[in-house]
Design a protein around this ligand. Structure first.
Ligand SMILES: [Zn+2]
Ligand SMILES: [Zn+2]
Length: 257
């Protein structure tokens, strides 16, 4: 009886602190999202397919094939993929991560993104992991770059080098959320420059990492900058990817960034 109490206390001491889901705080493994969270995320993608090039989600169609944007203009990256649609609980998780001080979510969210990358992109073709840079002022304000923390976890999981000075942000941009697709592109023109580490990646393939893919304007501009610096193959991985709503492209363009 006494021994059993002692064992219970020891077990509680060893296993209960931190063994809650880092997102919803239900009991679970502390390093990963719990099954309830993962099921809720998986449910978002039910009845959806993705554009084979940009990876944005859409309702399953008869026609399949590339989305309207990828048909209109070939993206400058090889492929882009996200773990889950940027909706409901995924959007909430990113809000907590970016704006509510839950920086520790970088680890479980990065692990999920790394698993996606492992399945999709050939590691031997990737010379490094490159995060989308944040302007230093914005980073100072937030305290961290959400893409860089995810990229660091992915680099660790896949045992690939983190190359965080390959891309730099030359100037601050105004919020993209109210801009159209074309407006975003104008807003981002010349924002990124190749940093001193880009030379190391010349002639190679890289994985560009961001937290969200919405219109693809940011991923596109970063890819163009890397390609201009001699990096021919850019793969893009994000935690969340926007859903294309057939009723209006406008709506897809106005999803927050
Ligand atoms: Zn959970
Ligand atoms: Zn597409």
């Amino acid at each position: 009886m006494v021994l059993r109490d002692f064992v219970d206390i020891i077990q509680e001491f060893l296993f209960s602190p931190g063994s809650v889901c880092p997102l919803c705080e239900r009991p679970g493994a502390s390093r990963q999202l719990c099954p309830t969270c993962l099921q809720a995320w998986a449910a978002l993608a039910q009845g959806m397919e993705i554009c084979p090039r940009c990876g944005r989600f859409r309702a399953i169609s008869q026609t399949g094939g590339l989305c309207r944007d990828c048909r209109a203009e070939e993206p400058p990256f090889v492929l882009a993929r996200g773990v889950a649609p940027y909706e409901g609980p995924v959007r909430d998780a990113l809000y907590l991560y970016k704006f509510a001080g839950k920086q520790e979510l970088a680890s479980p969210l990065g692990i999920l993104t790394a698993a996606l990358v492992k399945d999709l992109f050939p590691s031997r073709e990737l010379a490094g992991i490159v995060p989308v840079p944040l302007h230093p002022n914005r980073e100072k304000e937030r305290g961290f770059n959400q893409a860089a923390l995810l990229a660091a976890v992915i680099a660790r999981e896949l045992r690939l080098p983190l190359v965080d000075r390959a891309l730099l942000r030359a100037r601050e941009t105004t919020s993209q959320t109210t801009l159209s697709r074309a407006g975003r592109r104008v807003n981002l023109a010349g924002v990124f420059t190749a940093g001193e580490d880009a030379a190391r990646l010349r002639g190679k393939g890289v994985l560009l990492v961001d937290d969200v893919y919405t219109t693809g304007a940011t991923a596109g501009e970063c890819s163009r900058t890397l390609r201009a610096a001699g990096v021919p193959f850019v793969y893009v991985a994000t935690l969340a990817t926007a859903v294309i709503r057939e009723q209006s492209e406008q709506e897809a363009n106005q999803i927050g960034n």
